[in-house]
Structures are given as structure tokens and as C-alpha cells.
Ligand binder design. Structure first.
Ligand code: ZN
Length: 175
């Protein structure tokens, strides 16, 4: 039997309260927040998200692996459940994991089993996380350019071109 959300929520808040002093009001509002979040997650997991109105009036497309991954939802090709994300937990109900599912319906292993908006949001978040690294690379490149400009200011430009070519040969770019 699944545990009641309120039990899970109170456990989370108890843990929270044990880590930092909280007033009764803090606890009450945390409990409400955690409960609401859990409730939303549960709804999302069980596929009870209401489709947006625009899609409601649109004619139902034939369900194929291609059309099962939509802008705001993904449809389970085994049972027709709609959700934001086809989870491992859901696929267990059909006795398969994500690999089996992808194989069965001809998805590539890299295809995310999630609504397109969710996938987009995720890659955006990932890009954001990768930003400091990109920034470091940029700063490093800038520093090297500066250093190079100093040392090569006396050399002729064909020489610089040759050095550049040699360098690019020895440092293959990784995509
Ligand atoms: Zn299903």
C-alpha cells in the first residue's frame, strides 16, 4: 500500500526541523509546502496532468512512437497513460525498463522519454550548470591569445599562421 503523502511530508519536515530550529509557524508552512509539492509530483507521476486547452480541441493524432512524445506530455505506448515523463517506476508496471521500452518501440537509446518542454528545460539547466566551465575556457583562451600576441608581435604573419596550423594539429578539438 502506498504511504500517505501527509506521512511522507511530515517526515521530511521533521528532518528539516531537526537540522535547523523552526518555529511552529515555520513548521506549518513547510508542511503545507512539502505536502503540495508531493501532491503535484504524485499527480504528475500518475499521469493526471490535464492537457492544455489548445490540445484538447485538436484532433487526436494516431499514436505512434513519434507522436507519443509531445510538447507537454509523453504517452505510454503500453497503456496510453499521459505524463510529463515516462518513469522507471511506471514502466515497471509493464514489466520493462526504459531500455526495453525504447528497444520495443524503436527509440534510440538517447531519446529522453519525457515531454519536449521538460527535455528543453533540462538541457537549458544543464547548459547553465556548464557555464562556469565554459567561462573558464573562454578566459583561458583569452589569456593565451594575449600571451601569444605579446610573443608573436615581432614574428611575421606567415610564421604565425604556421604556428597556428601546427597547434591545431596537436590539439584536436573535442566536440
Ligand atoms: Zn503505461
Amino acid at each position: 500500500m502506498p504511504r500517505k503523502l501527509i506521512e511522507i511530508a511530515s517526515e521530511i519536515v521533521q528532518t528539516q526541523a531537526s537540522l535547523a530550529p523552526m518555529t511552529a509557524a515555520d513548521i506549518a508552512s513547510s508542511l503545507r509546502q512539502v505536502f503540495n509539492t508531493l501532491h503535484e509530483l504524485q499527480r504528475a507521476e500518475s499521469g493526471k496532468i490535464e492537457p492544455p486547452h489548445a490540445e484538447e480541441s485538436a484532433p487526436a493524432k494516431a499514436l505512434t512512437p513519434e507522436t507519443s512524445i509531445q510538447e507537454n506530455r509523453v504517452i505510454c505506448l503500453e497503456c496510453g497513460a499521459e505524463m510529463r515523463q515516462l518513469t522507471k517506476k511506471h514502466l515497471v508496471l509493464h514489466g520493462m525498463d526504459q531500455k526495453d521500452y525504447k528497444k520495443k518501440y524503436g527509440f534510440t537509446m538517447r531519446t529522453p522519454l519525457a515531454a519536449k518542454t521538460l527535455t528543453k528545460a533540462r538541457s537549458k539547466a544543464a547548459r547553465k550548470r556548464g557555464l562556469p566551465q565554459e567561462l573558464q575556457k573562454y578566459m583561458e583562451a583569452k589569456r593565451q591569445r594575449k600571451a601569444k600576441a605579446k610573443t608573436s608581435s615581432k614574428s611575421s604573419s606567415p610564421e604565425t599562421e604556421r604556428v597556428k596550423r601546427v597547434r591545431s594539429r596537436f590539439s584536436p578539438k573535442k566536440a
